[in-house]
Design a protein around this ligand. Structure first.
Ligand code: ACM
Length: 419
């Protein structure tokens, strides 16, 4: 939610009241992540259902900017899953950039950071039993630069920092396609010679040899090495595998994640396979497999590219970004309803995704993520609303983003001068 938003029950004119940073928060009954903030001449009262609710309330306080007229906010999230994805594989981004994104995501009440850790261009997470994944697989990136990777200690730091904001980190290891970096490190994973490094966009289209025993052993080691309650298996854009091999592999891989006590997540393509109960499916492009997943009774995370893909240009003048999903202006990021994307789906929540084929620097990341992420955040927290109302509240966030050093895209759809 960007304040003031629909959850503000009353906002009366009156003397500004100072909102102290260290305001005490009481615990009350309420749904997860909910909070209540009352500001009047008599004082300020702040309560929350849990630590996450307190974090969300403090985010609202921060957005209010220290002083506020009398108001009453009773606030709770529309969706349990409100995420942002960062691809650290196409271009590598390290701990500092990830921690900064967590801080900014927390300010807008997101609760999931999805890290796309592996792809054709690079493998970015240390796996102790398979050291070549990083000594060989991490050595380059799009454009041929040096690449890099997160040690497990780096990853633990990210997880701990996120937990401090009541944000869950979801690791993605993309299989059985998008694996060129892994195949360079361990050619036995596909039973052929090591492929050349892949440093352009798109994909060379290689796949794991999913019938080989070594693949499941390797995958099990990877699943166990990366901490967390979730494990995203990718499963998207697979080429060169027989349909039967693909569907069997996705079933086996999701079952393995479940056996390890974690929740498996897959991109929508895997919806064509029968998937074990407990699997979560992420929609991004094609309604057909997403619908097949929904018909299996599996919950969906909604990341429809024309609304949530932050790697797409805002308009034809945007320097960075791709265009395959069409331009994604701020209004496109805001004007959609997660309940109307896939009929009869159980919607777990929403997630915006930054793929980093064209983003190389902090400023690049900022301009692609902001302000569009605020639209996804509000859809996830409050549900769809009125564009004109959102546009005005968004304009007021420009000042805060500038103060925080965020080089956000000055979309022409928003009158930033007002802020
Ligand atoms: C995807 O964009 N290939 C999930």
């Amino acid at each position: 939610m960007i304040v003031p938003a629909p959850a503000v029950l009353e906002a009366r004119p009156g003397e500004p009241v100072a909102l102290p940073d260290d305001l005490d928060c009481q615990r009350t009954d309420g749904v997860a992540e909910s909070y209540r903030l009352s500001v009047s001449a008599d004082g300020v009262a702040f309560s929350a259902s849990d630590d996450a609710g307190e974090a969300r309330g403090r985010a609202t306080l921060r957005q209010l900017g220290g002083t506020s007229g009398p108001l009453l906010i009773e606030d709770a999230p529309r969706y349990a899953w409100r995420g942002v994805m960062l691809d650290v594989a196409r271009h590598f981004f390290g701990v500092d950039e990830v921690l900064r994104l967590i801080d900014l995501a927390a300010l807008y009440k997101l609760n999931v950071l999805h890290l796309h850790l592996t792809d054709d261009q690079g493998w970015r997470i240390e796996i102790p039993d398979w050291p070549r994944l990083t000594t060989v697989g991490a050595e380059t990136q799009v454009g041929g630069g040096a690449g890099g990777f997160l040690t497990l200690a780096d990853y633990q730091r990210i997880v701990a920092h996120a937990a401090g904001h009541s944000i869950t980190v979801v690791p993605e290891v993309d299989v059985p396609g998008h694996v060129n970096a892994a195949l360079r490190a361990y050619p036995e994973l596909w039973g052929r010679d090591a492929p050349e490094p892949f440093t352009t966009w798109s994909s060379p289209g290689h796949s794991l040899d999913v019938r080989s025993d070594v693949v499941m052993r390797w995958l099990d080691d990877v699943i166990r090495a990366i901490p967390g309650e979730h494990f995203h298996l990718g499963g998207d854009e697979v080429e060169g595998l027989a349909h039967q091999d693909y569907v069997q592999f996705m079933w086996d891989a999701c079952s393995l994640v479940l056996e390890r006590g974690k929740t498996p997540i897959v991109w929508e393509e895997a919806g064509v396979a029968k998937l074990p109960k407990g699997t979560v499916v992420q929609h991004w492009s094609d309604a057909k497999p997403a619908r097949a997943a929904a018909e299996q009774g599996l919950p969906l995370i909604m990341s429809p590219a024309p609304h949530t893909y932050l790697d797409q240009k805002y308009d034809e003048e945007t320097e960075l970004g791709l265009t395959w999903a069409g331009a994604v202006e701020v209004r496109d990021a805001y004007e959609w309803d997660p309940e109307r994307v896939i009929e009869r789906a159980e919607v777990l929540g929403v997630e915006a995704a930054l793929w980093t084929e064209t983003t190389e620097t902090r400023s690049d990341i900022d301009s692609m993520i902001f302000p569009r992420l605020l639209a996804t955040a509000e859809i996830g927290w409050s549900g769809p609303g009125d564009w004109e109302d959102f546009r005005e509240r968004l304009a007021a966030q420009g000042r805060l983003l500038s103060e925080l050093g965020v080089d956000y895209h000055r979309s022409k759809q928003v009158e930033w001068s007002k802020s």
